[in-house]
Design a protein around this ligand. Structure first.
Ligand SMILES: NC(=O)C1=CN([C@@H]2O[C@H](COP(=O)(O)OP(=O)(O)OC[C@H]3O[C@@H](n4cnc5c(N)ncnc54)[C@H](O)[C@@H]3O)[C@@H](O)[C@H]2O)[C@@H](O)CC1
Ligand SMILES: Nc1ncnc2c1ncn2[C@@H]1O[C@H](COP(=O)(O)OP(=O)(O)O)[C@@H](O)[C@H]1O
Ligand SMILES: [K+]
Length: 515
């Protein structure tokens, strides 16, 4: 399973490799520099053909050390290289000091970088800070990087000013830079996949520097965040096994609101059915039955007047999965309905109104939740249930590593006892036991078409469909997020929420030929 790492986890990987005697810090730095140069030549083919001019900005730590290696290797390829250092050569230590000596060229002061030097450069290499960024960039530094980004800016490990753990900007937002290319080592960092780091890293190249064995070991640590892809989603879990009848694939009950409010629940229901749930029933207030009857065929329809009626209906144990929230409505009756649903202990997805109704009393909801429940809030809904956690994600952090969306989702899952799927361009899935899964809809997985009304309702249905098919809550939420984005990518421009369930079969077919 592909993973992404925090700074501490990356340092542990590096330490384990060095302690094993297979690599040295200097060897890693050398390969990091080589990796950056080869990524530059791949990404800028014109500069591979004709050596260019580079301005390399080095910081006082090992990220700066990588920069010295990059400068030396570019010079060896015939490039004209100007190198500028934040701080003094005499204060460099360890591998960075060695890399500086090996460079052997002129080291100019960073704070005197003239605009001419920026303008003359074919590209600027940002080797100021990597995983060691501890506090916000000074205004001068942020200003320099902001101006540097008028040229193609190549970030070593991570764009300086982005926190490697959270992706949050540790700099004045008005002077934030944008990388054309970020080159990182052996595994992405969480900061490449969340918040500003997802948006500002540019293309992301992950180059091997000899830590693959330790990264592979880290991927078995449940505390390390996973980033599934087409190759690692389990097609056997997603495809239907031969021989089973419809009840073997689960029965989802989606609850809807009153007349004129059923669209969201119908889309969720359609999503669950297309995901392969054996049966899907829409339950709605009796006065909404005529409207829904006119709109549903394969999806069954039952009147559910209130929480008591729901409780009676749930005596049928074959209704093994519930999905509540899209278009459900507001008020005491809705809260009772949600609590009745949770008491049944079935696989349960709570979205939208099922969450918002508890904004004044989240503790009552948390007390009723169980590990088979999945909450699917967007950031606004999340802030209603977890205002303290959402508050910690606001503003410019005072120091790094900063509190992240992954930290917030993990704390919310631990507090509520349910799986939390926190939506957005960067989506985080967190389990109460600490497992995390990240999906960033950026770069090759960019899906701006998902910003359309009802996309979240269909996602709730996708999760419910996978729960009905027997996937555990965390795995169901993780797979649904990937399939949701993949389905939107497959459809492309013009997507509306109704297209998502209809496009899903093609995506499932490609994943699981027998599905
Ligand atoms: N961990 C690994 O496996 C490897 C790490 N390497 C490089 O080493 C980097 C990490 O090196 P370090 O731990 O030395 O950390 P950094 O080089 O990222 O930064 C630490 C230095 O910057 C200073 N600093 C932090 N924030 C500052 C701010 N806002 N303003 C001014 N100064 C600030 C610190 O006081 C410290 O001197 C990685 O990002 C990567 O580029 C590579 O050499 C290869 C292997
Ligand atoms: N620009 C975007 N890129 C990727 N995913 C997006 C984007 N905008 C929205 N999404 C996704 O679309 C879904 C929208 O859900 P939600 O905010 O609940 O909207 P709605 O209530 O209209 O369904 C979420 O899964 C979200 O992650
Ligand atoms: K950097």
């Amino acid at each position: 399973m592909p993973i992404c790492l925090t700074s501490d986890q990356m340092r542990a990987v590096e330490r384990a490799a060095i302690d094993s005697g297979r690599v040295t810090g200097q060897g890693l730095m050398e390969r990091a520099g080589e990796g950056v140069v080869s990524a530059i030549l791949d990404y800028f083919p014109a500069l591979a053909a004709v050596p260019g001019r580079a301005l390399v900005l080095c910081g006082p730590g090992n990220n700066g050390g990588d920069g010295f290696v990059v400068a030396r290797l570019l010079r060896a390829r015939g490039w004209r290289v100007e190198l500028r250092l934040l701080g003094e050569v005499a204060r460099l230590t360890g591998d960075a000091a060695t890399a500086c000596r090996n460079w052997g060229g002129e080291v100019l002061p960073l704070d005197e970088t003239p605009d001419d030097a920026l303008q003359a450069a074919d590209l600027v290499v940002d080797a100021l800070f990597g995983t060691g960024l501890q506090r916000p960039l000074s205004p001068d530094l942020a200003g320099l990087l902001h101006r540097a980004a008028r040229r193609p800016l190549v970030a070593v490990d991570i764009l300086s000013g982005i926190c490697a753990d959270s992706g949050r900007l540790l700099a004045d937002p008005d002077r934030a830079a944008q990388a054309a290319l970020t080159v990182t080592f052996d595994a992405p960092k969480r900061g490449h996949l969340m918040a500003e780091g997802a948006a500002r890293s540019g293309a992301l190249a992950v180059v091997p520097i000899g830590l693959a064995r330790e990264v592979e070991e880290a991927s078995r640590d449940p505390a390390v965040a996973r980033c599934p892809d087409a190759a690692t989603l389990d097609p056997r879990a997603l495809g239907k096994a031969g021989g089973g009848h419809k009840y073997a694939h689960g029965h989802v009950l989606v609850l809807s609101g009153g007349p004129g409010r059923g669209g969201a629940a119908r889309m969720a229901a359609r999503g669950a059915l297309r995901m392969g749930a054996g049966l899907v029933t829409l339950g709605c207030p009796p006065d909404a039955v005529p409207e829904n009857a006119g709109r549903l065929d394969a999806i069954m329809l039952r009147p559910v007047a209130d929480a008591v009626a729901l409780g009676e209906m749930l005596e049928d144990a074959r209704l093994d999965t519930l999905c509540l929230g899209p278009g459900l409505g507001h008020g005491d009756g809705v809260r009772d309905t949600v609590l009745t649903a949770l008491r049944a202990g079935r696989g349960t997805v709570l979205d939208a109104d099922a969450l918002t109704n508890f904004k004044d009393d989240p503790e009552t909801l948390f007390a009723a939740l169980h590990p088979g429940a999945v909450l699917t809030p967007h950031p606004g809904e999340f802030a209603r249930l977890f205002p303290d956690l959402a508050g910690r994600l606001k503003g410019v952090p005072e120091h790094g590593p900063a509190y992240s969306k992954a930290d917030a989702a993990a704390e919310a899952a631990a507090r509520s006892g349910a799986v939390v799927l926190l939506k957005g361009v960067d989506t985080v899935v967190a389990a109460p036991d600490g497992r995390l899964s990240l999906h960033a809809a950026v770069r090759a997985r960019e899906v701006p078409w998902l910003a359309t009304a009802g996309a979240g309702d269909v996602l709730a249905g996708f999760v419910a469909g996978l729960l009905a098919r027997g996937l555990p809550a965390f795995e169901a939420a993780e797979a649904a997020v990937w399939l949701h984005a993949e389905t939107a990518r497959r459809f492309g421009p013009g997507l509306i929420a109704e297209d998502l369930p209809e496009t899903l079969p093609a995506v499932l077919r490609d994943l699981a030929p027998t599905g």
